[in-house]
Design a protein around this ligand. Structure first.
Ligand SMILES: *[C@@H]1O[C@H](CO)[C@@H](O)[C@H](O)[C@H]1NC(C)=O
Ligand SMILES: *[C@@H]1O[C@H](CO)[C@@H](O)[C@H](O)[C@H]1NC(C)=O
Length: 411
């Protein structure tokens, strides 16, 4: 055999082995075992039928871990807050806490909105760099300058809004807002209904002690100057209304996302995509959702109109950002809708698994959420169920324990 035919032979052998290898590999891929689930629940299928062919979209996605949530009571913020605290804890980020343990808010100058460094916990030495605060999810009124002094410059600002009347009802009932007013307290009709039949009358009888917001509270939390002009009533088109609209435009440019409670699942998937997080990061417990608003009985339009008159800024705010939200969702395309449906199936599965584990130690130790077009496979354990349920006050304790052990370890 001469040199040339030897080369030829080697070449042919290589070609044949490669071909055989490819055929075998393809077989491997096609014959992956079907996805069978453990006892814990229904199948959460990937969106594409053919296993192995589902390609991960290769969109450029840069993980972001710096985030400020502007917390508005009774608007679904508790769900987002618990997601952010969990994310911070599991990823060893520094989450900003007020100095006083258990305080739900970051202390802040009422007038200027300033936050003093000594009122917030300082990062332990392991977070060596200046300004390592990654997440701020405790209650604080939005004030860009004040917040810029304590969080990273590239932090993403998000908040969540809810239909003003629904939000008000939940807040009124759960925080006993009737105590804010100097009106005769009697059981019937319920205070909420009495307030809603004459909000302007009640607002004139506001007491000064233990101030809790009762009108335009979403606008107030976002730093819109709604107080000190009569009752914070904005006619929508008058000079006050113009100021609010200008302020809303500023918010629009400064906030990465304004989420909508009525579209909670879409909101969270939008957040996930924006921050480049995973579905596992945005799981939540339905128990953290707001109670439904069904106690007010505002059947006649005039009551709604009266409520609107004292909450002009909140209405402008909510409907403005509702439209923006819809546009953002539309821009995400069909794929987004499918991802939200997938996310909802995962939520259902996790919630079934987690409720089965609460009292039953014989229940499976874990359940698997299979890989999908949008996410890798992950395992849900009992421990994760606890983490998903955990609220702010429990996270607060865990962070303090961790910080103090970290600072001891470094001394
Ligand atoms: C979000 O998904 C959960 C789980 O499927 C569902 O129960 C809930 O109604 C959804 N919420 C919204 C606002 O669509
Ligand atoms: C769960 O894990 C524990 C500890 O590893 C083990 O003893 C137990 O048998 C497991 N239970 C089930 C149902 O797999």
């Amino acid at each position: 055999m001469d040199r040339r035919s030897l080369m030829w032979l080697v070449f042919m052998v290589l070609v044949v082995t490669t071909a055989v290898y490819l055929v075998v590999m393809e077989d491997e891929l096609v014959s992956l075992p079907p996805r069978i689930l453990g006892s814990a629940g229904a199948l959460v299928e990937g969106s594409s039928g053919a296993t192995g062919e589902a390609m991960k979209p290769t969109k450029l996605c840069i993980l972001n871990t710096d985030l400020v949530l502007i917390y508005i009571p009774a608007s679904g913020a508790a769900v987002v807050q618990s997601i952010l605290l969990r994310f911070g804890y599991l990823n060893d980020l520094f989450v900003t806490l007020p100095i006083r343990p258990g305080n739900p808010s970051i202390p802040q100058d009422l007038r200027s909105g300033d936050i003093r460094r000594q009122d917030v916990l300082q990062p332990p030495a392991v977070f060596s760099r200046e300004l390592t605060r990654n997440i701020l999810a405790h209650q604080v009124r939005y004030n860009r300058d004040a917040l810029h002094k304590i969080v990273k410059k590239n932090a993403q600002y998000v908040t969540i809004l809810r239909n003003p009347l629904d939000r008000f009802e939940t807040d009124f009932v759960s925080s006993h807002l009737e105590m804010q007013f100097d009106v005769e307290q009697r059981p019937n009709p319920p205070a909420l209904q009495r307030y809603l039949s004459a909000p302007e009358f009640w607002e004139k009888r506001r007491m000064r002690v233990n101030y809790r917001c009762t009108t335009n509270c979403m606008a107030e939390a976002l730093g819109i100057p709604v107080r000190g002009r009569g009752m914070g009533v904005f006619p929508g088109l008058g000079p006050g209304g113009k100021a609010v609209i200008d302020y809303i435009d500023t918010l629009e440019s400064e906030f990465a996302l304004v989420l909508i409670y009525e579209r909670l699942n879409q909101s969270l998937v939008l957040l996930k995509r924006h921050m480049c997080w995973t579905i596992r990061d945005i799981l939540y417990d339905v128990g953290l959702k707001e109670p439904p608003a069904n106690q007010r009985d505002v059947s006649d339009e005039s009551k709604k109109l009266q409520f609107r008159r004292v909450n002009g800024a909140d209405h402008l705010l909510y409907y403005h950002f509702y439209d923006i939200f819809r546009a953002k969702v539309a821009a995400e395309g069909e794929d987004f809708k499918r991802e939200v449906r997938h996310y909802e199936r995962v939520l259902d599965k996790v919630s079934r698994y987690c409720s089965s584990t609460v009292n039953d130690w014989k229940a499976a130790n874990q359940t698997v959420v299979w890989e999908s077009e949008w996410d890798e496979e992950f395992v849900v354990t009992r421990r994760m169920c606890w983490e998903i349920r955990r609220k702010r006050d429990d996270w607060d304790k865990l962070f303090r324990e961790r910080y103090s052990s970290q600072s001891q370890g470094n001394n």
